[in-house]
Ligand binder design. Structure first.
Ligand SMILES: NC(=O)c1ccc[n+]([C@@H]2O[C@H](COP(=O)([O-])OP(=O)(O)OC[C@H]3O[C@@H](n4cnc5c(N)ncnc54)[C@H](OP(=O)(O)O)[C@@H]3O)[C@@H](O)[C@H]2O)c1
Length: 332
């Protein structure tokens, strides 16, 4: 076990194992999250160990053995400045909703001041593809259209080379509902219009390629091969689990009540809005998005059916201790 002491205030780092070359020039913010963990795994696969900013190094060390952990909080500017010392390439996989705050824009200022050369932003795919022009215009007037784009705009204005990755809905989002799925219900409120979905490992791969300079600056939708309705997702899980799984996601408020204990409040709030958009307009992508995604990945994206088959296989062979998902009777 090796210990690195950061030069700046608040920087502490412990390397627990040595899966590759430590790259002190690379910082992943949000590296312990659903997407960030896949970015770090893809960097490891290329022999690169990045710095990872986390509020909780103890938990992070369990999630990311071998990472160079920098303790810090996005709300504490001094710890961000310390984490950025000597860093050349930064990936931001910020908590959902944070990208709209002033603090997120300040993060770009801090990167500029620290002399960062390349910035990779994990944004999200436009949720307005299925909307009429009138509805898009109305959303623009009401300010909703800007959601998820303020940080992108600030990064583009900066002098930093910027790669923006816009992932679609992640297959791995289903794991939040593992208990319900095993019980025969699919609750993610995807609606009936069709939503493009992608594997988090593909987002991780694109993130690592962007950080390592394999992608030219620009915007890349990170999307899967096709769009899925809630009912179609349920049907796929039915086949993989060998039992009937019903789609029960149309009521977003029921979904929000049920996941409150599993997600931070800010995520539930942001996701509630996101699902409203998806139920209204869907989330389909076009051929150009698929072409740009293949460019970002250097291969075709992983199909949903492959992810579902492998997750169902894992769950069936290693059942979790039984957790009743519902004592109130909702969703039944
Ligand atoms: N998940 C999806 O389906 C999806 C799809 C498309 C786009 N996106 C976008 O991708 C981004 C990342 O999503 P995700 O699902 O990977 O997020 P997540 O799993 O919720 O992870 C959030 C990350 O943010 C860190 N974090 C939270 N508050 C922090 C704070 N105050 N200071 C420092 N770090 C903090 C957490 O680190 P610690 O707890 O270790 O501090 C964690 O690593 C989001 O902006 C989201 O909009 C997500």
């Amino acid at each position: 076990m090796r210990t690195h002491t950061g030069r700046g205030r608040g920087a502490v780092g412990t390397v627990l194992a040595k899966p590759g070359r430590v790259n002190a020039n690379t910082l992943v913010v949000g590296g312990t999250g659903l997407i960030g963990r896949e970015v770090v795994a893809s960097l490891y696969a290329r022999g690169v160990v990045p710095r990872v900013l986390t509020r909780n190094p103890g938990r992070a060390a369990r999630l990311l053995p071998g990472a160079w952990l920098i303790q810090g909080d996005l709300r504490a500017r001094s710890s961000i400045r310390a984490a950025l010392e000597g860093v050349r390439d930064v990936l931001l996989a910020l908590p959902r909703g944070f990208e709209e705050t002033r603090a997120a824009a300040w993060l770009v200022d801090a990167c500029e001041a620290a002399g960062v050369r390349r910035l990779v932003l994990i944004s999200s795919v436009r949720p307005d593809r299925g909307d009429s022009r009138l509805r898009q215009a109305l959303r623009g007037v009401l300010g909703r259209r800007a959601a998820g784009r303020r940080l992108e705009a600030r990064a583009r204005q900066s002098g930093i080379e910027t790669v923006i990755l816009r992932p679609a809905n992640l297959y791995q989002r289903d794991e939040l509902h593992r208990v319900e799925l095993v019980e025969g219900r699919y609750p993610q409120p995807l609606g009936a219009r069709g939503v493009n979905r992608v594997d988090a490992r593909d987002v991780g791969l694109a993130g690592a390629r962007a950080l390592l300079g394999d992608l030219a600056p620009g915007v890349y939708p990170i999307v899967g091969p096709q769009a899925w309705t809630g009912a179609e997702c349920a049907a796929l899980w039915s086949a993989a689990l060998g039992r009937r799984v019903r789609y029960v996601g149309d009521n977003i408020e029921t979904w929000a009540r049920r996941v409150t204990a599993r997600l931070p409040d800010t995520s539930v709030e942001a996701l509630r809005d996101h699902y409203r958009e998806l139920q209204r307009g869907g989330g389909r992508v076009d051929a150009e998005d698929l072409r740009r995604c293949a460019e970002a990945l250097g291969r075709a994206p992983i199909p949903y059916a492959r992810y579902v088959a492998s997750a169902a296989g894992r769950w069936l062979s290693r059942p979790t201790p039984y957790l009743a998902s519902d004592s109130s009777g909702a969703w039944r």
